[in-house]
Write a protein that binds this ligand. Structure first.
Ligand code: TXA
Ligand code: MG
Length: 334
């Protein structure tokens, strides 16, 4: 099967694939997703096959507005309505109690379901044309960095899916923030909406679980790596990270650094992901930087870690996971 690239005029074609139970690439403001009719279990099953995704990892449903929440969720707390009002359409996924209208394959048999209203105009147009919720994980092969362009998604999905709807490079660049709303509100994944902004809106704390605790190793003795390029990654945290990397790295190693420090790495294969304080630029570029090195012969990749605040938390988390938590913490000298 040749994977077709559809233009923004071809939303109706993308929709007709989905209506037939096929799966297609869909642009969102966070990353490209692998879309299926979320109410058709056979179609949803195709997502797991194409990605090589473990069956016990649930999918999120994409809906066109908060007014669809009661179709798929039970006992919606007032905080969910408030968050939806402020952050939807946008990069926030809320995990709520599921109704039986949500097929169990979407939820991986959990009693809950993740819901998100995306901001990309083509994603919204596609959901509205289909008139059903779209189940979509990130459009990468399981374990690889998420795709932020149609070309990156094509690298992973060529020949496996009939089409990708092209919507330009993703504006946010990291996936949605995921929170669960039960008795407590808990952060399950840092992402495009900074937790601090949600806490300010709600006037209460959102519990953080460490990424290491959420993402359990797949097998005993095996370190969990997600978003991972072929070469092993080491992430260095602290204000002297660039100088430290410049001393440790072999000339053939790949470097992911902030713009201010690029001159330390002339001659190295380097990906600059924006200025040190520009978390927005870093989020836009972190996945393409990780993917870039797969077309090179680097044996090892070193990355500077952003501070774990605001959108920087999401960027740091993607890099830390890509390294399988191979982290070096340097002491700051003040
Ligand atoms: O920005 C995004 O969220 C992108 C775009 C395409 O919308 N989607 C995305 O999906 O990142 P995915 O499947 O790659 O990541 C969703 C995460 C998974 O780690 C999954 O385990 C978690 O959400 N998740 C989904 N439903 C859940 C549930 N009911 N309870 C806990 N975690 C859930
Ligand atoms: Mg993913």
């Amino acid at each position: 099967m040749e994977t077709q690239l559809l233009t923004e005029q071809e939303v109706a074609r993308a929709c007709s694939f989905l209506k037939k139970g096929e799966i297609v690439g869909m642009p969102t403001e966070t990353v490209y997703g692998l879309a299926a009719n979320g109410l058709n279990p056979e179609a949803v099953q195709r997502i797991f096959q194409a990605k090589g995704r473990p069956q016990d990892n649930p999918l999120i449903l994409h809906i066109p507005s908060a007014s669809w929440l009661p179709r798929y969720c039970e006992h919606i707390p007032k905080e969910a309505w408030l968050l939806a009002e402020h952050f939807w359409p946008g990069p926030l996924t809320m995990v709520l109690e599921a109704k039986h209208t949500v097929p169990s394959v979407v939820r991986a048999n959990l009693p809950t379901v993740g819901l998100r209203c995306p901001q990309h105009p083509l994603a919204l147009a596609l959901i509205e044309a289909c008139d059903f919720p779209i189940a979509a994980p990130s459009g990468n092969v399981s374990g690889k960095p998420s795709p932020t362009t149609a070309a990156a998604m094509l690298e992973d999905m060529q020949g496996k899916i009939p089409a990708i709807l092209q919507g330009g490079p993703c504006q946010v660049g990291v996936e949605s923030t995921i929170i669960s709303l039960g008795e407590e509100i808990t952060l399950l994944r840092a992402g495009g909406v900074p937790v601090e902004e949600m806490e300010a809106l709600l006037g209460k704390e959102i519990l953080r679980c460490k990424a290491e605790e959420v993402e359990k190793p797949l097998a005993p003795g095996m370190k969990y790596r997600h978003y991972a390029p072929q070469a092993p990654v080491t992430v260095v945290c602290g204000e002297n990270s660039a100088a430290w990397i410049a001393k440790e790295a072999a000339p053939t190693d790949g470097i992911i650094c902030f713009a201010e420090y690029a001159s330390l790495f002339s001659g190295f294969p380097t990906q600059i992901i924006g200025k040190e304080a520009d978390y927005h630029a870093q989020a836009q570029q972190v996945f393409s930087a990780l993917r870039y090195f797969d077309d090179t012969s680097v044996k090892k990749i070193w990355a500077q870690s952003p501070r774990e605040e605001g959108l920087g938390l999401a960027v740091a988390n993607r890099l830390h996971k890509a390294s399988g938590f191979q982290l070096v913490y340097l002491e700051d000298v003040t």
